[in-house]
Design a protein around this ligand. Structure first.
Ligand code: FRU
Length: 481
């Protein structure tokens, strides 16, 4: 009898969830028709409607890449988190899929995905509301799918109800497999408000053993480390994470929160991570946060949220807000993790716009998208002004050999800059989309990702005293409108 009751209750709640999901898809389809397309990106993943933050569950399952994201469909502002979902055959062409997770007693915070046998398994933070201060408790949940589209939450959730020190901040599980074990890193904080990353292992992802604290702020690295990721890269281990609360120091740490890496060595017997190179930002732009990586065929891919917390989101009046960066490939060279556009990006090139010298004051007219490869003489200044054909979206890119810095200047002192010492190529690759700029210098040793909002199409002017050698392409649409 009791078994029948359990089955009846469970199938009733599945039915309720199913109808909530189909109502949501109907809501999205209707709401989409109200969206103003002017800033919608053409080759970056954006939410169909509403709000997006972190990329989640970046994985490859049954022949397709899967990518999920923090999603709130009902407003272009953060709200109770769902998981939006897209898939791709090649990491550049993305297809919208039904919302994968909707909140019930838990908000569905960030997490990751792994393949276990025939299943795509999501491990994510279930944030539960409590009636005692601080009014929330973060726990870890699982959800399973055998088709990569429909997900069922595990009935034994939460699988990890609390951090060892009881901190309510305990989120963003990133799972991987090594040998017979699943491992997970989770972001948290100490009692005295220092960010850290906890390491666990499990044989089935349902019961977990706490192993070690693999990283912890010594006091100057913020109060909470979000979205940790831990992986081997070119013979070293990399702890990539997003610390909240680092103080600005000169040109560094000027965003609300940072994303960066520590390089070191790690031992699967002692579970100790020994840092060898201290924290460095991975991207120097205005809008880059909450990264997630995945590995396939020996390549380590990364994607980030193409925004920042607590800044204006000019597209919010248009019915949506938030984007993901293009996928990049990571390499480790010396003391730095390099980020390069993936090779597949060239498949977006539709037609050439210029191939040759761009004289001083010369202009390139693009549409909403473009890739521009710039080669200049680095012993002289370089300056490009990128702006909307009807104004707005102004951003200056500069190189000054006297200080050896690359500058991305959105005007009104909204500047990000960093030293650049090319380790190979001397060129810049600039990717423009309807409201975004990504600048890759050289081999990816210096990268800037910034949102910029032009009125109309893009126009690029060479403000340098030197002629630049330039190649530019129009890029095709590869995400749904
Ligand atoms: C990072 C973050 C994560 C959290 C999610 C909530 O941007 O704060 O730590 O899981 O966003 O949406």
């Amino acid at each position: 009898v009791s078994l029948c009751i359990i089955v009846a209750v469970t199938s009733k709640s599945f039915r309720q969830l199913d109808s909530a999901k189909s109502e949501l898809e109907e809501y999205i389809a209707n709401k989409k028709t109200d969206i103003n397309p002017r800033f919608r990106l053409h080759y970056h993943v954006v939410p169909p409607v509403g709000w997006m933050n972190d990329p989640n569950g970046f994985s490859f399952y049954k022949g397709e890449y899967h990518l999920f994201y923090q999603f709130y469909p009902y407003e272009s502002a953060w709200g109770p988190m769902h998981w939006g979902h897209v898939s791709s055959p090649n990491l550049v062409d993305w297809k919208q899929l039904p919302t994968a997770l909707i909140p019930e007693e838990e908000m569905c915070f960030s997490g990751s995905a792994v393949i276990d046998g025939d299943d795509l398994v999501l491990m994510y933070t279930g944030r539960l509301t409590t009636d005692t201060e601080p009014f929330f408790n973060e726990t870890q949940f699982l959800a399973y799918s055998s088709d990569g589209i429909n997900f069922e939450k595990y009935e034994g959730n939460p699988v990890l109800p609390a951090a060892p020190n009881g901190s309510p901040d305990f989120r963003d599980p990133k799972v991987w497999k090594h040998g017979d074990h699943w491992y997970v890193v989770i972001g948290s904080r100490t009692e005295d408000e220092r960010g850290n990353v906890l390491l666990y292992r499990s044989l089935d992802m349902k019961s977990w053993e706490f192993l070690s604290v693999i990283g912890e702020s010594k006091g100057n690295m913020g109060y909470m480390w979000e979205c940790p990721d831990f992986f081997e890269l070119d013979g070293k281990f990399v702890l990539l994470m997003s610390p909240q609360g680092m103080e600005p120091q000169g040109d560094r740490y000027k965003n609300t929160h940072q994303t960066g890496f520590i390089i070191g060595s790690f031992n699967y017997e002692t579970f100790e991570f020994v840092p060898e190179v201290e924290f460095q930002e991975i991207d120097y732009g205005h809008d880059f946060y909450a990264t997630q990586t995945m590995e396939k065929d020996g390549k380590r891919y990364v994607i980030g949220w193409f925004n920042m917390w607590d800044v204006p989101y000019p597209e919010d009046v248009d019915g949506w807000a938030g984007a993901l960066t293009m996928v990049r490939e990571l390499r480790l060279v010396g003391e730095r993790v390099l980020m390069k556009p993936i090779e597949e990006m060239v498949s977006l090139r539709e037609h050439s716009i210029i191939d040759g010298a761009l004289e001083p004051n010369g202009v390139i007219e693009l549409q909403k998208t473009g890739e521009i490869i710039v080669n200049g003489d680095l012993s002289q200044n370089i300056e490009l002004l990128i702006e909307g054909s009807n104004g707005g979206g102004k951003v200056w890119l500069r190189w000054d050999p006297a200080v050896g810095k690359v500058v991305v200047d959105r005007g009104s002192d909204d500047v990000r800059q960093v030293e650049w010492e090319p380790i190979g190529s001397h060129s810049w690759r600039i990717f423009l989309d309807a409201s975004s700029l990504e600048l890759f210098c050289g081999e990816g040793e210096v990268v800037f990702s910034s949102r910029v909002y032009p009125d109309g199409d893009w126009v690029v002017t060479n403000l340098s005293a030197q002629a630049l050698d330039v190649e530019a392409f129009h890029l095709r649409r590869s995400v749904p409108e």
